[in-house]
Write a protein that binds this ligand. Structure first.
Ligand code: ADP
Length: 424
């Protein structure tokens, strides 16, 4: 255990969700450290907040619970005072979902008999009213989430979704109570606890609601939810314990940037097109990568031939018909793997040839590049766009900066903004 306890220790069920959570906590001006998987060495931390990123959203329940417990063991060992279980703001969960079982396992380990569920993220259009989730103006079950390939959401009632996942009763603190204030929320939580309700859904339709809730629930041992509640929560926690370390958000990192994009999402396509129009850019094609090693060698040569210090981009990002063509010839998984392997190898080459600032577009692509760069801890810096911060890491003897963007995050100017934010 370090001499100064960590304010909040969080377990996140996926990688970009962990970055999103860390970004929101860093907005409070606290230092945030993100671990990729459960750290192996001595349990020490010098950050205000620690996030352990797992990949358990769609894992079998038993496996998810075991991994979450291991992460919680580590967070307890570093002396965290309050704990957080982070899942998606659209409550993504399979029929045998992991949200409830992980929450109950964490409650048992922490010896607490009530927790709250606050997935609401008003800034991104996710709100909860009378226990029902809305995406924009639509019920969750009418939103595109109903067709999600892995976690289709066809019911909008969080009470109905959660009840079969847990062994104890589920209750609600509704908007009427939240709008009445902190004391009323706390009183209702007490009443629900007296009635035996251990799992409490929280309504929230705007940031004012989240501010009330953050203050009202800060004394609980375990809080669960999306990333948005974490900001008022850590504000309440740090307010209660006095001044903390400030975020070290502009660590000096050599300015040799590279953008790697393996995302084909609509927003990334616009971002890539815009950046490529005014910067050096090279496109990778999985059909060429599949032939022999020549395409990858050419890409490495191209990378080495760019002026030192210049901003450049290598991307496999393509329009849907090109993606379909590659997939029909190679198979979906092989096409994806070829691109991810190429981006990973190019990231390693780039590191060896002096690149120190990496912007990566795509959730899976970010995973592949982060793994190739052998990074196991990220410190969270300035936010570029909501939920996408610059992060800082050490790999071997190099300090590097990484910005990991999932498909639809950021606006069209994201890549330019990312590079600018580090110059400030
Ligand atoms: P997003 O966050 O936008 O979903 P991901 O990186 O998670 O992005 O997923 C994109 C997937 O598409 C990756 O597996 C990537 O390797 C693959 N991919 C990228 N470019 C192409 C392409 N031109 N053809 C086929 N697959 C591609």
């Amino acid at each position: 255990m370090s001499d100064r306890p960590v304010l909040l220790g969080a377990v996140a069920d996926d990688f970009t969700g962990a970055t999103d959570l860390a970004a929101l906590m860093a907005r409070a001006g606290l230092s945030v450290s993100l671990r990729i998987g459960v750290p192996k060495g001595d349990p020490v931390s010098d950050a205000d907040c620690e996030v352990v990123a797992l990949k358990i959203r769609t894992e079998p329940v038993k496996q998810a619970v075991t991994e979450a417990q291991a992460a919680l063991d580590w967070l307890q060992a570093i002396g965290a005072g309050t704990f957080f279980w982070k899942y998606c703001s659209t409550f993504d969960s399979t029929a045998t979902g992991n949200i409830g079982p992980v929450a109950e396992a964490m409650m048992a380990q922490l010896n607490c008999d009530q927790t709250v569920y606050c997935p609401s993220f008003p800034e991104n259009g996710r709100t909860v009213f009378q226990g029902h989730m809305f995406v924009g103006e639509d019920l969750l079950s009418d939103s595109p989430m109903r067709n999600h390939p892995l976690t289709p959401m066809t019911d909008s009632s969080l009470l109905r979704l959660l009840a079969p996942q847990v062994t104890k009763p589920v209750g609600l603190v509704n908007r009427r109570t939240v709008s009445s204030g902190i004391a009323e929320v706390q009183e209702q939580l007490r009443q629900l606890k007296n009635d035996g309700c251990q799992h409490i859904i929280l309504d929230a339709i705007n940031d004012d609601d989240l501010n009330v809730l953050g203050a009202a629930i800060a004394s609980l041992k375990l809080i669960t939810g999306g990333s948005a509640i974490a900001l008022p929560l850590v504000r309440a926690l740090s307010g209660a314990t006095g001044s903390r370390r400030q975020t070290d958000d502009n660590a000096p990192i050599d300015n040799t940037p590279l953008i790697l994009s393996g995302s084909c999402s609509a927003m990334t396509r616009r971002q890539v097109a815009r950046f490529a129009a005014s910067h050096a850019a090279l496109q990778l094609n999985p059909l060429d990568l599949a032939k022999d090693g020549a395409a990858l060698q050419q890409a490495k040569h191209w990378l080495g031939s760019q002026p030192p210090g210049s901003a450049k981009m290598i991307y496999a990002t393509a329009e849907p018909d090109e993606v379909k063509q590659a997939q029909s010839q190679l198979g979906r998984d092989k096409a994806g793997q070829l691109v991810e392997d190429a981006l990973a190898e190019l990231a390693q080459t780039a590191l060896q040839t002096g690149h120190r600032r990496f912007v990566v577009a795509g959730g899976e692509s970010s995973g592949a590049v982060t793994k190739a760069l052998a990074v196991d801890q990220l410190r969270i810096g300035k936010e570029i766009a909501p939920g996408v911060p610059w992060t800082f890491a050490r790999t071997g003897k190099f300090d590097i900066a990484l910005a990991l963007k999932s498909g639809n995050f950021g606006d069209e100017t994201f890549f330019e903004q990312a590079l600018e934010v580090l110059q400030q």
